[in-house]
Design a protein around this ligand. Structure first.
Ligand code: SF4
Ligand code: SF4
Length: 139
């Protein structure tokens, strides 16, 4: 059961994805690793207001159940600690938004950002070198 009135209105947003912190990318290789995450469906990456990087996977919780009264947690008493700590007083729905510095929904979004951060010349050189290395492996 999801307790608060506001939770009923938001359709259990916080039970429909999970996210966790990842290291801030510093090199072309770091960015390329995150680019791989973003080639997957239902995956995004964001930088929170305090500069922490996160990966987010939009995938509903198996314990979320649809009832005539709306979505409910079917194992509410057993729900993980993170669910217990998630408060409708401070969650993204209650606040009306999720504070993010940047959101990357696609690999191309991230490429544009990486190019800005690393510099276009360094970025292009690193990409070219990585592809050359790759074609060398095929020999
Ligand atoms: S805690 Fe917030 S996001 Fe989660 S169900 Fe309640 S209102 Fe929605
Ligand atoms: S365990 Fe329950 S409260 Fe936690 S995400 Fe799943 S459905 Fe939501």
């Amino acid at each position: 059961m999801i307790m608060d009135e506001i939770c009923r209105k938001c359709n259990a947003l916080c039970c429909r994805y999970y996210s966790f912190p990842i290291d801030m990318p510093e090199t072309y290789e770091d960015f390329d690793q995150i680019r791989w995450y973003l080639t997957h469906e239902a995956t995004s990456v964001y930088i929170d207001w305090d500069g922490q990087w996160f990966i987010r996977i939009d995938n509903r919780c198996r314990w979320l159940t649809d009832t005539p009264e709306g979505p409910r947690c079917s194992r509410y008493d057993e729900r993980p600690t993170i669910c217990r700590q998630f408060s409708p007083a401070t969650c993204e729905y209650a606040q009306g938004h999720h504070e993010c510095e940047e959101v990357f929904s696609t690999a191309d979004d991230l490429d544009s950002y990486a190019r800005r951060m690393l510099g276009a010349i360094a970025f292009d050189a690193a990409r070219q070198a990585s592809r050359k290395e790759d074609s060398g492996n095929e020999d």
